[in-house]
Design a protein around this ligand. Structure first.
Ligand code: FES
Length: 226
């Protein structure tokens, strides 16, 4: 006799909750009926298992790559320079008509430069070096970086009017050529653009190390007093 049969027989021999439990247990089949066959579990084909792993691995790497790409994109977007103004960007510097030939250099603090219209007739030691045209000079001293002022009342070697660094005394002509002091070179120059209306733009990001040829870097422009 099977355990199913025994359980069924004992059910109802006592009243109350224990009988209810027995009945519940009796309805559960714990053994197979005679001749009953349990179908064998279907084995997963090996190729299907492999392709599933491949799919999971590909999903993982795709997700990781997308996350990294997104992070790099955000980083570049955050640091990409937009609406750059002032030093390092193009800085307007008035019109050619604003610059009298041989006048004192004009300072543009925003762009950190001086602009001068050199007079070829100014042959004094601190003058133009016989050059003509517009020249933009970075106001940063090539020695240790102090701001170099134009000193129109400073006298050096019998001549008055020089760029003179207040830190260690490096001295430069009106064209920024070094004549004295610890600076390793002349004042650096910046690229100047002039449009058809004579408006001047100084490309403060386009700087060239200064040298004795500074005067020859001056540019001519229509409407400029020369
Ligand atoms: S920083 Fe100008 S001379 Fe030293």
């Amino acid at each position: 006799m099977s355990s199913e049969t025994r359980t069924t027989e004992s059910a109802g021999t006592a009243g109350g909750p224990p009988d209810a439990w027995r009945e519940a247990i009796a309805t559960r089949r714990t053994q197979l009926r005679e001749g009953q066959i349990v179908p064998a579990a279907q084995a997963q084909p090996l190729s299907a298992e492999l392709s599933r792993r491949r799919f999971i691995r590909a999903s993982f790497w795709t997700g990781l790559g997308a996350t990294l790409l997104g992070s790099v994109g955000l980083f570049l977007d955050f640091f990409y320079p937009r609406n750059v103004r002032g030093f390092g960007a193009p800085v307007p510097a008035g019109n050619v008509k604003d610059y009298a030939r041989g006048a004192d250099p004009k300072h543009f603090l925003e762009g950190q430069f001086w602009i001068v219209n050199l007079d070829p007739a100014e042959k004094r030691p601190g003058g133009s070096g016989a050059a003509a045209g517009l020249l933009a000079l970075w106001h940063k001293c090539p020695h240790l970086g102090c701001t170099v002022p134009w000193r129109n009342n400073f006298t050096f070697e019998g001549d008055t009017g020089w760029f003179r660094c207040p830190c260690h005394g490096s001295t430069y002509t009106k064209a920024g050529v070094r004549v004295f002091g610890p600076a390793p070179r002349s004042m650096d120059t910046m690229k100047i653009d002039v449009d058809a209306s004579g408006n001047i733009t100084v490309q403060t990001g386009a700087r060239v190390p200064g040298g004795p040829d500074n005067p020859q870097r001056a540019i001519q422009a229509p409407g400029l007093a020369t």
